[in-house]
Design a protein around this ligand. Structure first.
Ligand code: IMP
Ligand code: MG
Length: 181
């Protein structure tokens, strides 16, 4: 893997563990929505790899849509504000919606998305997050219904997660350390 400058990567979750856990989450979803259709909404861009693995293990009638939000700038720190860059293509009224996110961190992004999606009257709205950093939570009432892994308070990249748009292609989830400024 190409690593820029003095940045360092350390594997936190190996791809084999991710694949195993993604299959388990998909099985849970399949069981919870037996006989029904689920509409997965991926939060671009971080969730695209998780969503594409997850959906192929869900044994139900499915459909997909995407939203794009910006909450992080180029760096590691959240600006605290969320902006909607791309809205859904189709209505979610009456659908079993699962919002698919890469990581639940402060909770600002998901609480914003939950608020605007609930206004559109889905039958049900669930949240699936590959990663959860519970120690970072600012919005206390936001929880994922399906979580891949709880992780410590470290900045991670890979399997869809980026640092300044790079490293999304890593197969493992890795801790990124930057040289001191
Ligand atoms: P929240 O709004 O603070 O919960 O942050 C959610 C968004 O911040 C995620 O969708 C990610 O795009 C980004 N983010 C949070 N933590 C990390 C991280 O450790 N690595 C990469 N992106 C992160
Ligand atoms: Mg994201």
């Amino acid at each position: 893997m190409h690593v820029a400058g003095r940045e360092q990567l350390k594997v936190l979750i190996r791809n084999a563990s991710i694949q195993k856990r993604v299959r388990e989450v998909a099985r849970e979803i399949t069981r919870d929505f037996k006989g029904q259709r689920v509409h997965l909404i991926g939060v671009l861009k971080g969730a695209c790899i998780f969503l594409s693995d997850l959906i192929r293990h869900i044994d139900l009638d499915t459909s997909i849509d995407f939203m794009a939000v910006a909450s992080y700038g180029k760096g590691q720190r959240s600006s605290g504000e969320v902006r909607l860059n791309k809205d859904l293509d189709t209505s979610i009224e009456g659908l079993n919606v699962i919002l698919v996110e890469d990581i639940l961190d402060t909770g600002l992004t998901l609480s914003y998305l939950r608020r605007i999606l609930l206004q559109r009257k889905p039958k049900i709205l669930k949240i699936a997050a590959l990663l959860d950093k519970p120690s970072r939570r600012l919005i206390k009432d936001i929880k994922a219904d399906y979580t891949g892994f709880d992780i410590p308070n470290e900045f991670v990249v890979g399997y869809g997660l980026d640092y300044g748009e790079r490293y999304r292609n890593l197969r493992d989830v890795c801790i990124l350390s930057l040289p001191p400024e």
